[in-house]
Design a protein around this ligand. Structure first.
Ligand SMILES: [Ca+2]
Ligand SMILES: [Ca+2]
Length: 207
């Protein structure tokens, strides 16, 4: 009986301290920070960010020069342009259906114009109409969106919207896009471990 208790304890410890932390932090999207392809400092290039695709006109990947708006994360961000002609898409696969959290940051060159866009998930608009120039202050705005995704192939599209009037909108900047399962795996494993620990306790009392 004593041997059995020890083995249950070791199982719990392994679950609580082992590999789940790696899985929980895994971003389902690739190149969400737009660091690839790597550009030289101060370069804005009309290239396709690795693992993404431009729908319509190609936008830009920007490695800002010092003194201009810095990337939110890393050295680079993506520029969706200033009209609805630019959309950025990534297709991805979901193995286990459930609730997922999409997070990202947006920004725009500080000016008075809006920089509106929407997020379209598998062909359906999700969330609200975002303004990348919110605050008109050149600061990055944090965005979160909870998505219910079934197993299979999905797509996320950042889709700029036009604004009325003679002036174009500001270019929309996006950085650090992440999609992760909503329930952190360590929490679920901790509960599982606690349940097993409780089982061990019951068995010890019975023994
Ligand atoms: Ca980045
Ligand atoms: Ca802002």
């Amino acid at each position: 009986m004593r041997m059995h208790r020890i083995s249950v304890y070791m199982l719990c410890s392994g679950l609580a301290l082992g590999q789940p932390a790696l899985a929980a932090s895994a971003n389902i999207l690739e190149n969400g920070s737009f660091e690839s392809p790597a550009l030289a400092d101060g370069v804005a290039a009309s290239v396709t960010p690795t693992a993404w695709q431009w729908v319509g006109s190609p936008g830009f990947v920007i490695n800002p020069a010092s003194g201009s708006i810095p990337a939110f994360d890393g050295a680079q961000f993506v520029d969706l342009g200033n009209t609805s002609a630019f959309s950025l898409r990534q297709d991805f696969s979901i193995a286990v259906g459930g609730s997922y959290d999409l997070t990202w940051h947006d920004n725009a060159a500080a000016s008075f114009q809006e920089a509106p866009y929407t997020v379209v998930v598998s062909g359906t608009p999700a969330g609200t109409r975002y303004d990348a120039n919110e605050g008109i202050d050149g600061t990055w705005n944090a965005r979160t969106l909870r998505l219910d995704l079934g197993p299979g192939i999905h797509s996320i599209v950042f889709s700029p919207a036009d604004i009325p009037g003679p002036l174009p909108a500001q270019d929309r900047f996006i950085d650090q896009v992440s999609l992760v399962a909503s329930v952190p795996l360590p929490a679920a494993v901790w509960l599982f471990g606690a349940a097993l620990g409780g089982l061990g306790l019951v068995r010890r009392r019975l023994g």
